[in-house]
Design a binder for this molecule. Structure first.
Ligand code: FES
Length: 100
């Protein structure tokens, strides 16, 4: 299985994921988030991409609106970051205030 590096509350961990996961699902054993199930309506899955931004499309209107609403422009919603095109060990995700 491919893996990514997650920095959660300044602690680094290596996380394996399925190509069918998104970042919110991949990190759900490590972070208590995703209360809307991935529909970009709860704003709990805010994260930032430290490395690997090129593997994802730009945020759509709804993602940008939610990020503005939660006061985190220039971040991403983990549920909108599909991992299917991310090569093994090329992605670094940072989560601040993640509840583990
Ligand atoms: S899981 Fe709700 S906005 Fe991402």
């Amino acid at each position: 299985m491919p893996s990514l590096k997650a920095i959660i509350n300044n602690l680094e961990t290596q996380v394996q994921y399925s190509e069918y996961d998104n970042v919110m699902i991949a990190l759900s054993d490590y972070v208590d988030w995703g209360s809307c199930g991935g529909s970009a309506t709860c704003g709990t899955c805010v994260c930032s991409i430290v490395s690997g931004e090129e593997y994802f499309p730009l945020p759509d209107f709804f993602e940008e609106e939610m990020l503005e609403y939660v006061g985190k422009p220039n971040h991403r919603l983990g549920c909108q970051l599909e991992l299917e095109n991310v090569p093994d060990n090329k992605l670094i995700i940072k989560v601040e205030n993640g509840q583990v």
